[in-house]
Design a protein around this ligand. Structure first.
Ligand code: PGA
Length: 277
């Protein structure tokens, strides 16, 4: 009996504990003033749970003022993008070294960056590298388009985008990387207005398992079990729990719904409740 008890304790202590992560990506919305008012309201209502990390990704301009307003125990900040060189003559860009200390995370390779701004593997990989060398955890977004999905290419696309983004990342650095599965056809941004659909929890489970499988292949089992994998695409207060309950999913990258305080607060609570079960 004692033996059995010891075994159980050992196996529990070896289990990687993956803190749930809820990221609100505000995209190009809210002025500095609006962002500040919004954070003021959120701060009064978002509960701090030890098992849930809440991250806000306001527009670049609002990062500094919002950083002075928040308590890091309650919210952390993410940049929505960054430039991969540390400094120099790159008009209009903001580098990871300039964001260092201001943000804990940076979204890299979001589908809007890939499709509207034509970012490719090489650039995305350099951004992942830039984030890591500046102590910023990259949230690497990957996901297939409706067309790729219809052609049965989902797994290949995830494989290519992971490989493309992670090339040069060492196994030590891998513990700092978060991967977000965001099927392009499920985003609420209007680019896929006619094709918009929601994945089933099973679709998301398959994608998460393909992602972990690939990471296992590249970095070994420990890394594949430790990496946090998020789902993103039209999540809201009503569907958050169903995605958070998916095996292998550790949180959500929330776009549109993160601009509505009631929705966002309720999503954070769902993450806590799912973890409680
Ligand atoms: P959405 O956006 O929740 O509005 O679909 C998610 C994202 O683009 O990260």
């Amino acid at each position: 009996m004692e033996k059995y008890g010891k075994l159980v304790i050992e196996s529990i202590s070896e289990m990687p504990s993956r803190k749930k992560l809820i990221v609100g990506n505000w995209k190009m919305n809210l002025t500095i003033h609006e962002a500040s008012v919004y954070v003021h309201h959120l701060a009064q209502k978002v509960q701090v749970h030890r098992d849930v990390e809440v991250v806000l990704a306001p527009t670049m301009l609002a990062l500094q003022p919002v950083s002075l307003q928040i308590e890091r125990r309650q919210f952390k900040l993410a940049a929505q993008n960054l430039y991969w060189r540390d400094h120099g003559a790159y008009t209009g860009e903001v580098s990871a070294s300039q964001l260092r200390g201001l943000v804990d995370y940076a979204i890299v390779g979001h589908s809007e960056r890939r499709h509207i701004f034509h970012e490719h593997h090489k650039e995305i990989r350099s951004k992942v590298q830039a984030a890591l060398r500046n102590n910023i955890k990259p949230i690497l977004c990957i996901g297939e388009t409706a067309h790729e999905r219809a052609s049965g290419e989902t797994k290949d696309v995830l494989h290519d985008q992971l490989l493309g983004g992670l090339a040069n990342v060492t196994s030590d650095e891998m513990s700092e990387v978060v991967v977000a599965y965001e099927p392009v056809w499920a985003l609420s941004n209007g680019a896929n207005f006619h094709d918009h659909k929601m994945p089933t929890p099973d679709d998301v489970k398959r994608a998460a398992s393909a992602i972990r499988g690939q990471i296992k292949h590249l970095y070994g089992e420990k890394a594949s079990e430790a990496v946090r994998v998020l789902y993103g695409g039209s999540t809201n207060a009503s569907n958050a729990s169903s995605f958070l309950a998916v095996d292998g999913i550790d949180g959500l990258l929330v776009g549109g719904a993160s601009l509505n305080q009631h929705e966002f607060i309720s999503i954070v609570e769902s993450a806590h409740e799912v973890d409680d079960k």
